[in-house]
Design a protein around this ligand. Structure first.
Ligand SMILES: NC(=O)c1ccc[n+]([C@@H]2O[C@H](COP(=O)([O-])OP(=O)(O)OC[C@H]3O[C@@H](n4cnc5c(N)ncnc54)[C@H](O)[C@@H]3O)[C@@H](O)[C@H]2O)c1
Length: 332
């Protein structure tokens, strides 16, 4: 089967003003699309995350600050913008599911199901749905291949698995042109640093504020950290390769990193090795062990991450520090 191309395509990214979504929009610009349409309700996303994309795409970037779970509004946008390919990224994140579990589950499942329904109607051609490694829960074996059982440990993880199952069921029942990309932990610039922030922006902020870093539990829990531009690149490659359809494909670095070592890496890059660290209680539902098996992605579309943890962390820290300088904040 020959490779497909995003050239001259109208592409929609839900959650496109978020962390991974905005990097994906930047990456899509290199494919010479007719237009890239962002739908984001700015729940956590920011218009400023698309500043690079605005420079790259000019008036080919179209933003709708809109609820992507509103099927009527989405039908109108998809028709108006003549969308052919949809990247489904909009999400309520994991920490929100610890405070508002039912709402998180309902929102995340609705976001994906609405798009499946529109694709079933034939309003657009292809969907790349973003899953999450959280769907696996704690590893029963490593590396975690796509055959690993789904053992969700939070309502967020359950909502992501449910979205995947809905997407795959629509693909199977209605023959949709659809694939599921399952990323492990992403890191890089533009990761949300406000409400529901992840560990990397939190650690950088605490160092800047001169506050001790609090690690949940013993810090021996592990994750697989992939630099965000490697994920964005994989999302393009997955579209291009028709044999990905109907499949779930892991995207990660294949490197297992303990949270203690991640924090040490951030502190080393910030040149603050002796910054105080404390250990707090475990976070409810925290996954103990994660490490991606990425053989399938390697075989199917030659996936090979380019950016190491150390290299990516340098760029990430520099970016957060530059934001903080803009805001008049102090550095370590
Ligand atoms: N960041 C990671 O480490 C990671 C790991 C695995 C999977 N993922 C998946 O990747 C995708 C993107 O994650 P992210 O880290 O960029 O998250 P993010 O929170 O930075 O981005 C999600 C975006 O969705 C938007 N959004 C939320 N509800 C919406 C709604 N109803 N309508 C329109 N927009 C809405 C938010 O405003 C935000 O901009 C998600 O599907 C997530 O599950 C992320």
């Amino acid at each position: 089967m020959s490779k497909l191309s995003l050239k001259n395509k109208s592409i929609l990214v839900t959650g496109g003003a978020g962390f991974i979504g905005s990097h994906l929009v930047d990456r899509l610009a290199a494919e010479s699309p007719t237009r890239v349409v962002v739908v984001d309700n700015l729940f956590l996303g920011k218009s400023s995350n698309l500043d690079d994309a605005r420079a790259l795409l000019g008036d080919k970037l179209i933003c709708h600050w809109q609820d992507a779970a509103d099927i009527e509004a989405m039908r109108e946008i998809v028709r108006k913008e003549k969308v052919q390919v949809v990247y489904d990224l909009a999400v309520i994140p994991l920490p929100a599911s610890l405070e508002k579990p039912m709402w998180t589950v309902m929102e995340n499942v609705k976001l994906t199901t609405s798009l499946c329904e529109l694709q079933r109607e034939g309003v657009f051609e292809t969907m790349v749905h973003f899953s999450s490694s959280e769907a696996y829960g704690s590893a029963m074996f490593v590396p975690i291949t796509e055959e690993h059982p789904l053992r969700q440990s939070t309502p967020y993880a359950a909502s992501k698995s449910a979205g995947d199952l809905v997407a795959l069921s629509y693909q199977h029942t209605f023959g949709l042109d659809l694939t599921v990309l399952r990323p492990f932990n992403n890191f890089g610039p533009r990761q949300n640093e406000g409400n529901f922030a992840g560990i990397i922006p939190i650690v950088i902020q605490r160092v800047q504020q001169g506050l001790p870093i609090i690690i949940n539990g013993d810090g021996l829990q592990t994750r697989d950290y992939i630099y965000v531009t490697d994920t964005a690149d994989a999302a393009v490659r997955m579209y291009e390769e028709p044999t990905t359809r109907g499949r779930v494909i892991n995207i990660g670095s294949g490197v297992e990193v303990a949270v203690n070592d991640l924090v040490a890496c951030i502190l080393e890059v910030m040149d603050c090795r002796n910054h105080p660290i404390e250990h707090g209680p475990d976070r409810h539902g925290d996954v103990r062990r994660h490490m991606a098996g990425t053989k399938l992605a390697e075989e199917v579309f030659g996936f090979a991450p380019k950016v190491s943890l150390r290299e990516g962390m340098k760029t990430t820290v520099e970016w957060y520090l530059s934001q903080s300088v803009k805001a008049g904040g102090a550095s370590c």
